[in-house]
Ligand binder design. Structure first.
Ligand SMILES: Nc1nc2c(ncn2[C@@H]2O[C@H](COP(=O)(O)OP(=O)(O)O)[C@@H](O)[C@H]2O)c(=O)[nH]1
Ligand SMILES: [Mg+2]
Length: 382
């Protein structure tokens, strides 16, 4: 029996099993078995090439700019139109179900950041199983920094289809990697050290670990409410954690209350913190495109750092764009490959500095709109 048949058999077994407390263990184990088989299948197909590649992200587009955003949606929801309204690109728009056969890149310039936006072929149900271009679409999505889920105002239910496909492709949206640590030992069996209350049972955890070939070691759990699915994710080791924005398109065709109803269904009534997660737009009529640009920028978590040459003037015109939480070292790496090696110290003005002109090392964390001077070993500066 081949791997796909084995997966099918286990899936059927899960479908036949009623989900309750008594079957939790059994089902958890079956899910882990499926995850392992899928990984095996993926490795067989992609072999060594999976790890080469580097910057080339498939469909013959290269990553460019400070971050890459992908448009994910079913055909005809308006992805190409949206790309054209966000960027300088001219992607083909069609009123019939025309699938863009490749990735079309555009560049969005916003607040000094250069954001690459990729229009991808429409994803269809079953993409993760290899239907259509799904596999390649998902592999491009995996290398992105942000996913825009594009929905047609008349088909908001596509959201669950898309989320399922992305999940099957190993993409976890708006989640953090679970906080667990595995310390391997050579003997002594498996011990579980949960430092917070968790959902998965210890017996199941141990059994799943054995399934992944771990017979000895200590599992330290600091993830509140850890589930068996999260544990499987970590053991699989090929999950990608990405932020997302849900874009509801074609709102020019409906009234405001129609949009509000969909919004409350998707983000709930509590929209205090959710303003950047759901944006209703019309790509065609240019409604809320600026709001979407701001949401993209916010969700990418950028900060701006202004460089000041030693003894010179600060360049406030062209900030360096880095990820929130980035350090002086990240700035060095962005400027030049040898920069960190020649680094002597940095001087920082702004929110991250204890006082103006604080002397800092490579591991200093920067904040938005900091001013930074880098002093190199040779005495020159950048
Ligand atoms: N009314 C309306 N039509 C739109 C909007 N955006 C796209 N369309 C139309 O929807 C159809 C499909 O658009 P397209 O960008 O090719 O969709 P894609 O297949 O997702 O790339 C075209 O006829 C577009 O003109 C919008 O905001 N409002
Ligand atoms: Mg298109």
């Amino acid at each position: 029996m081949g791997i796909p048949e084995k997966i099918k058999e286990i899936q059927d077994q899960i479908h036949r099993t009623q989900i309750n407390k008594a079957t939790e263990f059994h089902i958890g184990l079956l899910k882990a078995k499926i995850a392992r088989l899928k990984r095996e299948m993926h490795e067989n197909v992609h072999g060594r090439t999976m790890h080469s590649g580097g910057e080339n992200i498939g469909f013959d587009v290269r990553k460019a700019g400070d971050a890459t955003v992908v448009l994910i949606g079913l055909p005809s929801v308006g992805k190409s139109t949206l790309l054209n309204s966000l960027t300088n690109a001219r992607s083909r728009v069609a009123s019939y179900q025309f699938t863009t056969l490749t990735a079309v890149p555009g560049m969005l310039h916003y607040r000094g950041a250069k954001i690459q936006v990729l229009d991808l072929p429409g994803i269809i149900e079953g993409a993760s199983g290899g239907k259509g271009f799904g596999k390649r679409v998902l592999s491009v999505a995996r290398s992105a920094d942000l996913v825009l889920i594009v929905l047609d105002v008349f088909q908001p239910h596509h959201l669950s289809v898309l989320k399922k496909e992305l999940a099957e492709g190993g993409i976890r949206l708006d989640e953090q990697p679970p906080n667990i640590l595995i310390e391997k030992t050579s003997t002594g069996g498996i011990s579980v050290n949960a430092q917070v209350p968790i959902k998965a049972s210890e017996r199941l955890i141990k059994e799943i670990m054995r399934l992944y070939g771990l017979h000895n070691g200590r599992l330290i759990i600091r993830e509140p409410n850890l589930t068996d699915d999260q544990l499987i994710d970590v053991l699989n080791g090929n999950r990608i954690y990405l932020p997302s924005v849900i874009v509801l398109n074609k709102i020019d065709l409906v009234n405001a209350s129609f949009v509000q109803e969909i919004k409350s269904k998707i983000v709930g009534n509590n929209n205090n913190n959710n303003n950047n997660y759901f944006i209703a737009v019309s790509a065609d009529s240019g409604i809320n495109i600026d709001v979407l640009k701001e949401a993209i920028y916010q969700r990418l978590g950028f900060i701006r750092v202004y460089m000041r040459p030693k003894g010179g003037e600060t360049d406030f015109k062209e900030p360096l764009i880095i990820k929130n939480g980035a350090t002086v070292q990240d700035v060095c790496n962005k400027i030049h490959r040898n920069m960190a090696r020649n680094f002597r110290y940095g001087l920082v003005w702004g929110k991250s500095a204890k006082f103006a002109g604080q002397k800092v090392g490579l591991d200093h964390k920067l904040a938005d709109e900091d001013v930074l001077t880098i002093v190199k070993v040779s005495g020159t500066s950048t």
